[in-house]
Design a binder for this molecule. Structure first.
Ligand code: NAD
Ligand code: TYD
Length: 335
């Protein structure tokens, strides 16, 4: 029985990964899922995962060394998703990014070293490379993160690598592009614009809307992590992406078209500070091992938009209170 410690497993990608593992390996695995349940953690994301010997949820903080130590015993594979993950929040209040993304990763690495885990997968991000106007970053390119979020992630990325070099901990680092899919907190571009459009609210487009991101369906990301766990080499970094590069305006067009909503909802607002123009990663390394995404962008995007349309119970309550207060405070306007 293979035992996983998944951190941040009540968040967007972590909860999809829990679903992925249980669907694929069912009775053959045990998952311990540690999540602090910050504003971004949501047990609704796991509502259809029954508590069982195969999935145990632990409400806790990865910065809590005693708690992490207690749950690391007997673990084979650590997959560290837990992080503060929203660039806009890191601009307003970086503190928690430094604590969770860097110090939390340190606590996990220490416990993994002590308990001799067989694999430690650090979920990093393509944002650690910074912006690139033409071409794509390979794993050997230098890191030039430009937001407090991406700088924190770069710190954890290199800290994890140092545990491989210094202590021989079997660490693998993944750097994935922007994800989309069900259960993504409605502060990120796609779920924000879909849920706003559904209730005829404005879609706030930063700057000229021509910033480019490479969009990957979340289940393809989960599949890539599982693939790397089995076929990756310790101490290596793997870029993950699908090559679906679109501007924010192109994403907005698709959402408005699918929901049959007017372009008048598009509202140009002040640009994000330090806004990276384009992210692009070269995924030749993971593809040379035999992995490629299974979902087409067009179909997975339509599926995602439909999911938010079908599940207002999931997102309606998230678009109130704290979330609106955050926007008002930081952007001096309502959404
Ligand atoms: P998310 O914000 O939706 O989820 C983060 C989860 O971590 C939440 O459930 C939250 O409660 C939990 N968490 C936060 N602080 C914690 C702490 N101290 N202890 C325990 N749990 C804590 O984020 P996401 O979009 O699912 O991203 C998951 C990971 O993937 C992050 O490490 C992120 O940097 C990385 N990543 C995300 C993307 C993307 O497009 N979303 C792309 C590449 C990499
Ligand atoms: P986001 O989903 O925050 O992901 P990231 O910044 O980590 O790539 O943003 C994706 C792109 O969408 C980015 O160029 C910023 C832009 N954006 C907007 O134009 N308006 C918004 O309200 C948000 C949240 C993002």
């Amino acid at each position: 029985m293979k035992r996983y410690l998944v951190t941040g497993g009540a968040g967007f990608i972590g909860s999809n990964f829990v679903h992925y593992l249980l669907d694929k390996y069912g009775q053959d695995i045990e998952i311990i899922n540690i999540d602090k349940l910050t504003y971004a953690g949501n047990l609704d994301n796991l509502r259809d995962v029954p508590a069982s010997a195969h999935h145990r949820f632990v409400h806790g903080d990865i910065c809590d060394a005693a708690l992490v130590d207690q749950h690391m015993a007997g673990v084979d594979v650590v997959v560290n998703f837990a992080a503060e993950s929203h660039v806009d929040r890191s601009i307003g209040a970086p503190d928690d990014f430094i604590k969770t993304d860097i110090y939390g990763a340190f606590v996990l690495l220490e416990a993994a070293k002590k308990h001799g885990v067989k694999k430690f997968i650090q979920i990093s991000t393509d944002e650690v490379y910074g912006s690139i106007l033409s071409g794509s970053f390979t794993e050997n390119d230098r890191l030039e993160p430009s937001s407090p979020y991406s700088a924190s992630k770069a710190g954890a990325d290199r800290l994890a690598f140092s545990y491989f070099v210094t202590y021989g901990l079997p660490v693998i680092i993944t750097r994935c592009s922007n994800n989309y899919g069900p259960y993504q907190y409605p502060e990120k571009l796609i779920p924000l614009f879909v849920t706003n459009a559904l209730v005829d609210k404005n879609l706030p487009i930063y700057g000229d809307g021509k910033n480019v991101r490479d969009w990957l369906f979340v289940m393809d990301h989960c599949d890539a992590i599982d693939f790397i766990e089995q076929h990756g080499t310790d101490g290596q970094v793997y870029n993950i992406g699908a090559g679906n590069e679109l501007t924010n305006l192109e994403i907005t067009d698709i959402i408005l078209r699918e929901l049959n909503k007017p372009r008048s909802l598009m509202t140009y607002v002040a640009d994000r500070l330090g806004h990276d123009r384009r992210y692009s990663v070269d995924t030749g390394k993971i593809r040379s091992l035999g992995w490629k995404p299974k979902h087409s962008f067009e179909q997975a995007m339509i599926h995602t938009i439909q999911w938010y349309k079908d599940n207002p119970w999931w997102w309606e309550k998230l678009k109130t209170g704290e979330y609106l207060a955050f926007y008002k405070q930081n952007y001096k306007r309502d959404l």
